[in-house]
Design a protein around this ligand. Structure first.
Ligand code: SF4
Ligand code: SF4
Length: 391
């Protein structure tokens, strides 16, 4: 049984408020529901509670980075103070934002509050017209924020939520991000929150994955390697990561499904193994238990940390360890968080079946590792340089 001595979670995804100034129709945090947001705000973790129940405890499970999300996190009056406090406790910050309030002044404040290490993540579902409906704005605003970040020497990231709404443009969007050297990660559109309203209409199928989404994702090394199906040789990951894993979930770097290597908290303090499972898969509340207690007591975390519990074809697959299948897609399609990923087109007989895409995945993985380790080195050098200048 995985215990607090045997696991390490590097990232915490924290939806610190449901408040938002936009009303994206399929918002997974239900921030477009005025009544629900009003109720949530009364139960929202306060700054003092965040310090007590998160900053003071989450390092015990290995967390180094906090990804602040919402709603629109920056609408919290104490947003800058929270980032500053997180920095004082030794956590780096990523801010996910709709971009509407990210003025030059706000970005500079965030940069200062994080000692220059903040990463700004904007959502762009398509660089073409389809963005307006799904993100409640055209992508020009997000692109303007990215340009400002460039000018201010702030690191950037883009989140692309994939569903039927952007299938036609996904390749061009990822190519554009790649051409501009902007790192991105994909997020599958699911039935969480208001996503439920459009689930039958907008969810993507196994065939969409095979014909359109996977060819686009596997082509670009600039995207994070957190997608499924991910056909990486377990032997290659073992070699590059020096065998580092979280029980049976790969780390250094994290790949495929990140469940078991990151975890998520909603505005009211409920914990889940992935941001996309928040509200629907609740493993405990930080006001009542420490993170260690939540993970130790939760049947969900105990199963997710040990991928031998995976079912169906994910359970007999060579990539059980390096991919793991999207647990959110499994849950929203079948109700079983350990079921096979319904969007995977690979049909393994057993663990000896090798995907035709493994050589390409291996090649892009090596390229990704080289790019990201080089970027980390450059960033470390910049931080050291800044420290020296301050002496
Ligand atoms: S369940 Fe896994 S693959 Fe799916 S979105 Fe969450 S971390 Fe990513
Ligand atoms: S069967 Fe499951 S583990 Fe194997 S590649 Fe497909 S999604 Fe990944």
């Amino acid at each position: 049984m995985p215990t607090s001595n045997t696991y390490t979670f590097k990232n915490l995804f924290f939806e610190a408020t449901r408040l938002c100034n936009y009303a994206c129709p399929m918002c997974m945090a239900s921030s477009n529901d005025v009544k629900l947001v009003k109720k949530s705000r009364k139960q929202e973790l306060s700054l003092k509670e965040i310090e007590q129940h998160i900053f003071k405890t989450v390092d015990k499970i290995g967390v180094e980075k906090i990804t602040w999300s919402g709603g629109e996190f920056i609408l919290r009056k104490d947003a800058i103070e929270l980032v500053k406090l997180a920095t004082n406790y030794g956590y780096s910050s990523v801010i996910t934002t709709n971009g509407s309030k990210m003025t030059r002044e706000k970005l500079l404040e965030l940069k200062e509050a994080s000692n220059g290490s903040v990463v700004i993540a904007v959502g762009i579902n398509s660089i073409e017209d389809e963005n307006s409906w799904t993100r409640d704005t055209d992508c020009e605003q997000s692109l303007a924020v990215l340009a400002l970040c460039n000018e201010l020497d702030i690191r950037q990231n883009v989140v692309v939520a994939i569903g039927q709404h952007n299938l036609k443009t996904i390749e061009r969007t990822l190519q554009w991000l790649d051409d501009h050297h902007i790192p991105y990660n994909r997020s599958p559109y699911t039935a969480r929150g208001y996503g439920r309203e459009y689930w039958d209409e907008l969810k993507f199928s196994k065939k969409n994955m095979q014909d359109t989404i996977h060819p686009a994702l596997r082509k670009h090394a600039n995207g994070y390697i957190s997608y499924t199906p991910f056909f990486l040789s377990p032997e290659l990951h073992d070699e590059i990561s020096s065998g580092i894993s979280n029980v049976t979930v790969p780390q250094n770097p994290s790949i495929g499904c990140w469940c078991g290597t990151w975890l998520a908290v909603n505005a009211e303090g409920d914990v889940s193994p992935c941001g996309i499972l928040l509200d629907d898969v609740n493993c405990g509340n930080v006001r009542e238990k420490t993170f260690q207690q939540i993970i130790d007591d939760s049947g969900v975390f105990q199963k997710i940390l040990d991928r031998t519990h995976l079912k169906g074809k994910c359970g007999r697959c060579r990539y059980q360890f390096t991919c793991g299948g999207c647990r959110a897609m499994a849950f929203y399609e079948s109700g079983d968080i350990m079921a096979e990923d319904p969007t995977c087109f690979f049909e393994p007989m057993d663990k000896t079946t090798v995907s035709e895409h493994e050589p390409e995945t291996n090649k892009m993985f090596k390229k990704f590792v080289a790019i990201s380790r080089f970027a980390d080195k450059i960033n470390e050098m910049k931080v050291t340089d800044k420290k020296q200048k301050h002496r």
